[in-house]
Design a protein around this ligand. Structure first.
Ligand code: NAD
Length: 252
């Protein structure tokens, strides 16, 4: 039996990488998937291919950093059973290389964007008797990553935001968890390599892969399977926690 039959899911940043894999898997499992993404050109083909495969999906072109835009999208959807706060951006640099503009840019998307979605969706879930929330943190939230000052801080905020919501809305039957992937091979990583190591893409890809204890990056589909479990009723007893999916990065 499909695990998300009759569920309505919002996936932010569902047009690429991890969000795309989550959107595709959730649609396969019967959910009506609402992709909320800034980049409509990239996200529309994801929606089109879900529909072509017999699934249900809709694109909402929206900047998650803009509260009014997010509010309008959530109002237009109505019932929401699942929210995946996945939209995120990175910044490369330590504290001294992180200007206030860099800080604001990362926090506006990664932290304020997640807050905006939660602020709009949680009252809807409460009114409908509950829901499941999944927030994309990162190993950067748990152990920090060199040269990712703003990004690590933003993911630490996601980790705490997720726990706070879990505690406050447990009585409303709302579960909230985060997941912390190590490197996942997505356009996020390809873009980072292309920008910072032009002409050395293959070597850098190999180096980043070998820097994971397991010897490779995760596939977006592997992250989507954990997301499916945590957002499905199979995980009904799981709330208020973070789940690393890290190829051994944190402990080995
Ligand atoms: P990606 O760049 O492939 O996709 C991000 C998506 O978010 C894109 O579709 C983009 O258009 C959308 N987006 C960006 N800013 C937005 C905004 N303001 N409003 C709406 N949509 C916006 O990234 P990814 O690698 O799939 O990462 C997804 C999430 O997973 C991010 O939160 C990232 O921090 C986290 N993560 C990624 C990795 C990794 O190695 N790729 C590891 C740990 C955590």
């Amino acid at each position: 039996m499909s695990k998300l039959n009759n569920k309505v899911a919002i996936i932010t940043g569902g047009g690429s990488g991890i969000g795309k894999a989550i959107s595709e898997l959730f649609a396969q499992e019967g959910a009506y998937v609402h992709i909320v993404d800034l980049n409509a050109e990239m996200a529309q083909p994801v929606v089109d291919s879900i529909i072509a495969g017999g699934g249900q999906a809709k694109l909402h072109a929206c900047n998650v950093a803009e509260q009014m835009e997010v509010k309008r999208v959530v109002e237009s959807i109505g019932r929401v059973d699942i929210l995946v706060n996945n939209a995120g951006i990175a910044h490369v640099g330590n504290l001294e290389k992180c200007s206030i503009d860099d800080f604001d840019r990362v926090f506006n998307v990664n932290v304020k964007g997640a807050y905006n979605a939660l602020y709009a969706v949680v009252p809807v879930m409460k009114a409908n008797g509950g829901g499941a929330i999944l927030n994309l943190a990162s190993i950067a939230a748990v152990v920090g990553i060199s040269d990712r000052f703003a990004y690590s801080m933003s993911k630490g905020a996601i980790y705490a935001m997720s726990m706070s919501v879990a505690r406050d809305y447990m009585a409303d039957n709302i579960r909230s968890n985060s997941i912390s992937p190590a490197r996942v091979h997505t356009p996020f990583v390809d873009g980072f390599i292309a920008k910072n190591y032009p002409g050395q893409e293959a070597e850098m890809f190999e180096k980043l892969s070998k820097s994971q204890p397991i010897g490779r990056m995760a596939k977006p589909e592997e992250i989507a399977k954990l997301a499916l479990f945590l957002c499905s009723d199979d995980a009904g007893f799981m709330t208020g926690n973070d789940y690393p999916i890290d190829g051994g990065f944190i402990k080995l």
